[in-house]
Design a protein. Structure first.
Ligand SMILES: Cc1ncc(COP(=O)(O)O)c(C=O)c1O
Length: 436
């Protein structure tokens, strides 16, 4: 088996090091560092080559944006062709069909019997902001319910909806009003009994003032948490009971990552609104709000929008992404990749006490590192040591979790089996080292 990883310089290498001084001087420091100290020259599939010629296996997938892999030739070709024709008009100035075609495809793919429509935006946060605006206008209510460990973005409203204080909220308040947080009992930490949720909710906010519950069917940044059985069904039932709209944030877990196009399909639930982003545009800035058509039926035109929303380059890329997922059977491949990940991680769990939990759906798989399996005490220092070892040995792997003690895999399912096993060997070696 020929190796994909190639480390031929110190990490970072001399060419990457050339950018350090200017980065320190000119890039706003609040952005922080990068997971990889090496600068990319080229991406292909699941492989990143840096400016020194070092080759890495990329398990970050651009923070989950690369379901179809780096620089998929069909995406590249579609974007090239579009650039040569026109790069921008604003759909509300001069329309183009790729916007319509994409909305049609997304509306047809969305689960449930109700007729759907869609609107496009630039980022995940922008999709969530618009879902909230729409839910408020549709219900005439202000309240928004969110959940423990949630991540919804970094704009003022979505930062408020996000759980973790540092770094996301820092000193950036005052925060948006009318956001209420409820527990999200997950398989590793089932914090509450589902039957208590309604009482917890009614103690926090009068449900008759709530416009929407916004929930990640499987949490991303919050630690790849999977809700306990029955939780999402219970959320749907509470929404129905109190006239609240159920909004699923599938920005990280959608577009096939869990083995179904929409993660919520695993539960056979029809949300009122679904938000997608990340892999939809294969890294080009594109998000979508897909909703029951009746919701915005009576809204005046022009009440949502934006200059760049649904840019033609992004729409063309997204149409290819949808096609590639189908043609290359990437939903099935996501499941296979997930099986390989889980099987190797379970093996690591049997060898290393610090692996407290292995969990995931489809290719969205994580391990949680703990100091003590019984107490489940988070071990964030071990996670950063693993990440550090992996980068130096040719694997880019991100963390997650409110306590930063989760290693999560956001690799593109286009990764080959050999590449996946090679990356997992490196993670195994890292865990052996940090377990000593
Ligand atoms: C679940 C979820 N929602 C919202 C967002 C925000 O998306 P963006 O960074 O594109 O604004 C993210 C980003 O990581 C996310 O994972």
């Amino acid at each position: 088996m020929s190796k994909s990883i190639l480390i031929k310089t110190s990490i970072p290498g001399p060419e990457s090091l050339k950018f350090v001084k200017d980065r320190d001087r000119y890039v706003a420091s609040a952005l922080g560092g990068s997971l990889s100290p090496c600068y990319i020259a080229k991406g292909e599939g699941a492989i990143v080559t840096d400016v020194d010629g070092n080759r890495f296996i990329d398990l970050t997938g651009g923070w989950g944006c690369l379901m179809v892999g780096h620089a998929h030739p069909k995406v590249v070709q579609a974007v090239k062709e579009q650039v040569e024709n026109f790069t921008h008009t604003d759909f509300t100035a001069v329309p183009y069909n790729s916007y319509v075609e994409l909305c049609k495809k997304l509306a047809e793919l969305a689960p449930g019997k109700s007729e759907k429509s869609a609107c496009l935006f630039n980022s995940g946060a922008e999709a969530i902001e618009n879902a909230v605006k729409i839910a408020r206008a549709a219900t005439g209510r202000a309240g928004i319910i969110v959940f423990d460990n949630a991540f919804h973005g970094r704009t003022l409203l979505t930062m408020t909806m996000t759980h973790k204080s540092m770094p996301y909220k820092y000193k950036y308040g005052p925060f948006a009003p009318e956001v209420y947080r409820l527990p999200y009992p997950n398989t590793y930490r089932p914090s509450i009994d589902i039957k208590d949720l309604e009482t917890i909710m009614t103690n926090v906010v009068n449900p008759e003032t709530v416009a929407a519950m916004v929930i990640e069917p499987m949490q991303g940044e919050g630690g790849f948490n999977i809700p306990v059985d029955g939780f999402l069904e219970h959320i749907r039932a509470l929404c129905d009971k109190y006239g609240i709209l159920m909004v699923t944030d599938e920005i990280q877990c959608g577009v096939g990552r869990t083995g179904k196009f929409f993660a919520i399909e695993h539960w056979n639930i029809e949300p009122d609104i679904i938000c997608l982003a990340k892999s939809l545009g294969s890294g080009l800035p594109l998000s979508a709000v897909i909703l029951k058509k009746e919701i915005t039926g009576s809204f005046p035109g022009g009440t949502i929008g934006g200059t760049y929303v649904g840019n033609p380059l992004c729409c063309k890329a997204a149409l290819q992404v949808l096609k590639i997922i189908e043609e290359e059977n990437l939903l099935d491949r996501a499941v296979e990749v997930g099986q390989q990940l889980k099987s190797r991680f379970m093996d690591m769990r049997s060898k290393y006490e610090i692996v407290g939990d292995v969990r995931g759906m489809g290719a969205m798989v994580a391990i949680e590192l703990v100091k003590d399996r019984a107490a489940k005490t988070p071990a964030p220092d071990k996670v950063s040591a693993v990440i550090d070892y992996c980068v130096k040995h040719g694997v880019l792997v991100p963390s997650a979790g409110i306590n930063k003690n989760v290693l999560r895999i956001l690799v593109s399912p286009v990764i080959t089996d050999d590449q996946l096993q090679e990356a997992l060997d490196v993670i195994d070696n890292a865990l052996a080292l940090v377990s000593e």
